[in-house]
Design a protein. Structure first.
Ligand code: PMP
Length: 345
């Protein structure tokens, strides 16, 4: 399968000459770094970070079993979402297609870039209708956003539908796998090199416990990675994030233990929640949260806030009527939630 990126790119991006930072032009050991107008005194954060994040990308390459030229690192995965709009969508003219309900940032990034979004509804069980997504495509559609496991529903979308869209759409398919570490067998990352129009987003904010560091990944063809790298802020991943991420990534066993614990807790939470008379339905989840339909979701939300327990009210979102979204917490946090809900029966 081939992809003519030059046709998809905005003219100004195709012709853009990227900013060349001091540390682009020289990297390595030097007797004196007098090229970047830094403070010479060891604060110790006085030096700019590696703009290419070489060490971190090498580590991620080994971890994810994919070569570094397929990897872009962002300030959270929200950064590549915005960059994809800026690279491919002409403000006021182009369009993207997404599913509904899904993660809210695709729409915010679209609005910031003045791009309209055609939303294709999932089924009542939050399944993907691949034919309907493809039908919503117009000659102006540059990107399709898909999210699996999907937020806020929690379910992984059927791979055959995802692949149908990737194979048939002539533009770029962005598949957001933010929650994939909770169901790694469902990832399409092993297929990435086969599809030059596929961008897979992942994040270290969830299973890896690094939400505060802000580190997200876009995996894509070297040509797409090159475009994102040319338009990003030169030093988008700061030194503290690069160092701390390297430290935490060295301990994959930690992440695996956290995932195990979260999956065990999720199973317990499903059983417990289903026993409450005010719970109508707990939707199946492949992620670290549950979408729970209840009688009086707003009343329960407010009751929980009064107990200093914060969940997410999703009851005003389409197909999520009556629903709260509950993250799987630590065993102690989950017990606190159950004790509070016990007071309602
Ligand atoms: N994608 C999805 C589906 C998410 O739910 C989130 C965060 N809630 C993100 C991306 C953003 O993650 P990050 O912290 O990497 O910006």
């Amino acid at each position: 399968m081939s992809l003519d990126l030059t046709k998809l790119l905005r003219d100004n991006i195709r012709n853009l000459k990227p900013y060349s930072s001091a540390r682009d032009e020289f990297s390595g050991e030097a007797a004196a770094f007098l090229d970047a107008n830094e403070n010479p005194f060891n604060s110790p954060w006085n030096r700019y970070p590696d703009p290419h994040q070489r060490e971190l990308k090498n580590r991620i390459s080994a971890l994810k079993n994919i070569s570094v030229e397929h990897i872009f690192l962002g300030n959270g995965s929200d950064e590549p979402i915005d960059l994809l709009f800026r690279a491919f969508c002409e403000p006021g003219l182009d369009q993207v297609v997404s599913i509904n309900p899904t993660y809210g940032m695709y729409r915010v990034a679209a609005d910031t870039n003045n791009i309209s979004v055609a939303h294709v509804s999932l089924s009542a069980d939050f399944e993907l209708d691949a034919a309907a997504v493809l039908k919503a495509v117009t000659p102006k559609t540059k990107l399709i956003f898909l999210c699996s496991p999907n937020n806020p529903s929690g379910n992984a979308l059927d791979n055959s539908g995802l692949l149908k869209i990737i194979e048939e759409f002539k533009g770029i398919v962005v598949l957001d796998e933010a929650y994939i570490d909770f169901c790694p067998e469902k990832s399409l990352l092993p297929l990435l090199v086969k599809y030059p129009n596929l961008v897979i987003l992942q994040t270290f904010s969830k299973a890896w416990g690094m939400a505060g560091l802000r580190l997200g990944i876009a995996f894509a063809s070297p040509e797409i990675i090159d475009v994102l790298s040319r338009i990003k802020y030169p030093y988008n991943i700061n030194i503290l994030t690069q160092q701390k991420a390297l430290e935490l990534l060295a301990n994959e066993a930690n992440k695996n233990q956290w995932v195990d614990s979260i999956l065990k807790e999720r199973a317990k939470m499903i059983t417990n929640l289903q026993s409450y008379p005010f719970v109508v339905k707990v939707y199946p989840s492949d992620a670290n949260f549950l979408l729970v339909q209840m009688h009086d979701p707003r009343g329960i939300y407010q009751f929980l806030v009064d107990q200093q327990i914060i969940v997410r009210d999703r009851s005003s979102i389409s197909l999520c009527e009556g629903c709260l979204r509950i993250s799987i917490g630590s065993p102690e946090e989950n017990a606190t939630l159950m004790e509070a809900l016990d007071q309602l029966i």
